[in-house]
Design a protein around this ligand. Structure first.
Ligand code: SF4
Ligand code: SF4
Length: 330
């Protein structure tokens, strides 16, 4: 499957540019659902500039106990689902978080928690790292640079220092040292694609070990999606069209087999179903079923059509991008 033609090179004939970009993205179909990504809510202790969830401390949308229980029920009924990826906001801040993790681990599934690190330093979260270790979860943590000024510029003053302290505590509990997985996430500061994942990982490992004594397993490079806060910021700077063109021109058909929606579904805090986290934020619905109440297992969503839109080029540009990093790491 290849992009049907170069949008940037053709006449628009009065059609909306967004529609042309959407139409140029290949048709995608899901294979077997192996990962369920669950957004536990938009509540977060940070307000990052690039946040595609538009999360923050004043957001009140969080998953209820009833929806959390329905997820546990559906995972139990879905033998092909091996991994549950918990995200937010800051998933740790949802009162149901620990019950969900315990329930999923009791079902024998792998649990991955996307942590912003600074949440682990809050007074009421001081035992969360011990909870992670007790449950054997994998931690994927945001750290968009190994330089303090860049992290603080994107994520807020003081975030780097707090993040380093949380990483030290994670290392102390066995994360990133062979016992439990600790991966870091990089996303570019501006309108560029991420640099090659392998060389950036080597630079991160050297800098964090030498300067802060910190170890981690993998660096995941993620392309910024032209949606939500990042889209607004590009538009304010007059860079939105340039960035979209950059993504379309860098499209590689070889990434299509590995885009995450082929094996993942995304669940919102209120139990609605989406093809991925980005479609969730844009409220582009999954076509085969609307909510958790419409399915009897996540297997019902195997081999269903995926809804695509211009931001999908963010997944296929260059080395490709997913919540697990580059698709074709160099
Ligand atoms: S920590 Fe994550 S969820 Fe929270 S505001 Fe930043 S990017 Fe958004
Ligand atoms: S944005 Fe979502 S739907 Fe589009 S290709 Fe990426 S994972 Fe698939």
């Amino acid at each position: 499957m290849g992009a049907r033609s170069s949008v940037t090179d053709r006449e628009t004939h009065g059609m909306s540019r967004e529609k042309l970009v959407t139409d140029s993205f290949p048709v995608l179909q899901r294979e077997t659902v192996q990962t369920v990504q669950v957004n536990l809510g938009k509540l977060c202790n940070q307000v990052c500039k690039h946040c595609h969830v538009e999360a923050g401390p004043n957001r009140t949308e969080i998953m209820t106990a009833a929806t959390a229980s329905r997820i546990l029920q559906l995972v139990e009924a879905s033998p092909n689902v091996t991994t549950i990826d918990l995200t937010g906001g800051a998933p740790e801040m949802n009162p149901e978080f620990r019950r969900v993790v315990r329930g999923l681990r009791a079902l024998g599934r792998s649990v991955l928690v996307r942590s912003n690190l600074t949440v682990l330093q809050l007074p009421d979260q001081r035992d969360t790292i011990e909870f992670f270790a007790e449950q054997g979860v994998s931690v994927v943590a945001s750290l968009p640079c190994y330089l303090e000024e860049n992290v603080d510029a994107q994520r807020g003053t003081g975030v780097f220092e707090e993040s380093i302290e949380a990483l030290r505590r994670l290392n102390g509990a066995g994360f990133g040292s062979g016992r439990f997985d600790l991966d870091l996430v990089f996303n570019p500061q501006g309108a560029d694609l991420p640099p090659p994942q392998a060389s950036l990982e080597a630079a991160y490992k050297k800098a964090l070990l030498e300067r802060h004594g910190i170890r981690f397993d993998r660096l995941l490079t993620i392309t910024n999606m032209p949606i939500a806060r990042f889209r607004e910021s590009l538009a304010r700077q007059g860079l939105l069209d340039l960035y979209l063109d950059r993504l379309v021109r860098a499209h590689r058909a070889t990434n299509l087999d590995a885009v995450m929606c082929r094996s993942l579904v995304s669940v919102s805090w209120d139990g609605r179903l989406y093809d991925c986290d980005f479609n969730q934020m844009l409220e582009v619905p999954l076509q085969a079923a609307a909510t958790l109440d419409d399915i009897e297992s996540f297997g019902d969503l195997d081999r269903t059509v995926i809804a695509t839109a211009p931001h999908c080029f963010g997944c296929t540009a260059g080395a490709g991008s997913s919540c697990r990093g580059a698709l074709t790491p160099s």
